[in-house]
Design a protein around this ligand. Sequence first.
Ligand code: SAM
Length: 215
Amino acid sequence: MNSAVARKRMVAELVKRGITDQRVLGAMQEIPRHIFVEEAMSAQAYSDGSLPIGEKQTISQPYIVAKMTQLLALTGREKVLELGTGSGYQAAVLATLADRVCTVERIRPLALKARKALDSLRLLNVNLKIGDGTEGWAEEAPFDAILVTAGAPHLPDCLVQQLAPGGRLVIPVGDRIDQKLLLVTKGMDGSVATEECDGCRFVRLIGRNGWNDEQ
Ligand code: SAM
């Protein structure tokens, strides 16, 4: 099966599972997920599962990528911060849907591989940094949207501070095994509201405002 057909099937599954944002579905139809996974895994790239990407990390399952992206309600004008670049796939989806993406990865070999994959798609609106994303990216703030793609023990204050008025932040929060997706919205007056969405299971967000490495 060619990859465009495989993506079409993947997108049809996402629709069945309740994804309705046509821009998100369009981006996931467009971005070749197989280039973000090891060649040996490329046959599984369009099934709805997470896959190992090395360094004990994973590329998230397509449904969760779609769900989290849909919660951000992007229109194309936003500056977005992603924490946990991993393979770079989620950053590629965001780059297709927003004006600019800043993404942070703590593991250098993953960041370098992700940069190569993003460059191969000529996604020139992605700025990638190696470092601890739990501190956000103060020099680039404020962000219209923030997406955290690793499980945090709590919502870091600094991320809420780096969210622009009217902005949306999506983050998995919970223990090491199970988390809940939180949607945090900041009103134009600076007020903050938090809503609990789906359950999920992510690798840990490790850093100063996340889990520490030994936990
Ligand atoms: N968004 C990724 C993708 O599309 O492939 C999947 C992310 S993977 C589930 C979680 C990633 O978060 C891992 O690559 C991990 O190294 C990274 N990570 C964990 N803690 C981090 C931190 N404090 N700052 C930046 N990245 C972090």
